[in-house]
Design a protein around this ligand. Sequence first.
Ligand code: NAD
Length: 500
Amino acid sequence: MSTPTRITHLINGAPWEGTAERTSPVYNPATGEHTGDLDLASTEVVGEAVAIAKAAFDSTWQRSTLTARAQVLFAFRELLNAKKKDIAALITAEHGKVLSDAEGEVTRGLEVAEFACGIPHLLKGSFSENVSTKVDVYSIRQPLGVVGIISPFNFPAMVPLWFVPIAIACGNSVIIKPSEKDPSAVNAVAQLWKEAGLPDGVLNVVHGDKEAVDALLTHPDVRAISFVGSTPIAKYVYETGTANGKRVQALGGAKNHMLVLPDADLDLAADAAVNAGFGSAGERCMAISALVAVEPVADDLIAKITDRMGKLVTGDGTRGCDMGPLVTAQHRDKVTSYLDSGVEDGATLVVDGREGDVEADGDGFFLKPTLFDNVKPGMSVYDDEIFGPVLSVIRVDSYDEGLELINTNPYGNGTAIFTNDGGAARRFQNEVEVGMVGINVPIPVPMAYFSFGGWKNSLFGDTHAHGMEGVHFYTRGKVVTSRWLDPSHGGLNLGFPQNQ
Ligand code: NAD
């Protein structure tokens, strides 16, 4: 076994040279090997990074031209595209997802960088000439200053890329704090920003845990926080950040339902349920975890799903398998505990992911795809966000019963309906209380030029990620009323300004 590599912060364009008081182990989930030791930032180190970021914002970046920013973004886009496979390999080594999935995640992040390349157009204000006699009014959007981004383990490249390119394109300086479980992808991507010509100090990577997050949430020079993670932490981040005067968007957890109507193509629905339930070992915020079958389709659907699950290969993500391990041994054990609690609560365990072999060496953190039937609200397998390869079938008797189940669930990230009835699909898109809806599409992740975000306990704050909402989040509006003086403008008038 090789010695774990030290992984550290990148501040002002260079690796941090201090000695960390605390570190955290990083593992290869497919082998269980301890591969890295991550420096965890203290409050002082976060303060150091914020001071550097503020200096970069004040001295250069906020006044950089749109052309200069767009040039950095175009160069970054090219570099990221060229290094896609390298970044994917880093993701697989620390997260465990299979290589093709890791590459797909980088591609989705790349699309946000491509969107941000259009920043000269995206930041265009509006102009009204002659709103009153010789008076013009125009609006502009300006950067906020230093912004903090805190990301989860499950998309170590894509989630940071939802935010960083837009924040930088808008003229802000950034402190990003990646998940401590799989930190290396962000360091590698930060290196590409430097190569693309981004001035040192505009983007800083600070690794850490609660101490670093709290330092960002309370630092007076951090103007805004973008957070993605579990619901309890998202709520905490939103409440603490806003109490400290910051603009906050905090995206939380999920329980995504897929409603299958009796007229649906059941082969298509079974493919979709397996792909969306077990892709990335169910560790996606848009994974389908609750399959709502409107009777009489449940038996047929379960038979088709079980058949497909029997063909899935679980193993080391570098070997062309379908599904990799869970991120840590603790998370695997927590997910596995739901198999017992589901049975105790009265659900039927149709496929037990603890059985069968995996294709990997060592002692990886594996649980194979698992299927429950006869799941009901009130059971922990339904009520909790499991965040693993566990798919639960809930049988309902009608569309209305299925819709009510989805709408009463406290989460509202993503959902999907499978049907061949356009009227039913249209009714669903109108009536369902969820932020992102798929119609015969199981993982409806919006393209970069739309915005990503859920409702209810899946998002705290009112601004979604990327698209125009991202541009608005990272800028503040200003409206200018101007008149160039000429002699006719003299005279006193204490009345409220009105059109003349
Ligand atoms: P997490 O909440 O444990 O961690 C997220 C971030 O918060 C990490 O950077 C972590 O270091 C930090 N953190 C952890 N504990 C903290 C604490 N006590 N105080 C302050 N900061 C803390 O989430 P995770 O396990 O990394 O990611 C999985 C979760 O993220 C799931 O719930 C998933 O649904 C959610 N997620 C949501 C979306 C979305 O768009 N809504 C996208 C991806 C993931």
